[in-house]
Design a protein. Structure first.
Length: 146
């Protein structure tokens, strides 16, 4: 398992337009593991036979599995360790399939001094296809005083 490299940014370090990404190749074992963790055992994610009969024509990853890759960016890269999720909106635009490589990206679009918060534009793409978009709000820790 390859985890994203970690960087810690404090509120004083971030600025509008900063952007970070994380790329993840979706494996069958990831989808099965997510089903175990979440309890969502919808056969569209787990049964090729069932999923072949749906409009998707085959198994797809859970939408929230894809969304969790945004959490990986926030928790490890921008702003990184110590960030606290406040809210997240999501729009699922296209399926993610076993074998796809998803690139999850976040960009700072607003900084709020009060409460040291940032609004982030969030998206996930498979190639050039936007599969998920949304917005997050996070609380960013202040730089510790020496």
């Amino acid at each position: 398992m390859t985890l994203p490299e970690t960087q810690t940014l404090y509120f004083e370090d971030v600025s509008l337009g900063m952007r970070e990404s994380y790329s993840k190749h979706v494996k069958s074992s990831d989808v099965v593991g997510f089903a175990e963790i979440s309890g969502d055992r919808n056969p569209i994610h787990l049964s090729e036979h069932f999923a072949a009969q749906t409009p998707f024509g085959g198994r797809i990853a859970h939408g929230l599995y894809t969304a969790s890759l945004i959490s990986a960016v926030i928790g490890t890269r921008l702003p990184g360790p110590g960030a606290i999720y406040i809210s997240q909106t999501l729009r699922f635009l296209a399926p993610v399939r076993i074998g796809d490589t998803v690139v999850a990206s976040v960009e700072i679009v607003e900084l709020l001094e009060k409460g040291r918060r940032a609004k982030l534009r969030c998206e996930c793409k498979v190639g050039d296809t936007l599969v998920l978009e949304g917005e997050a709000e996070v609380k960013i820790p202040a730089r510790p005083t020496a």
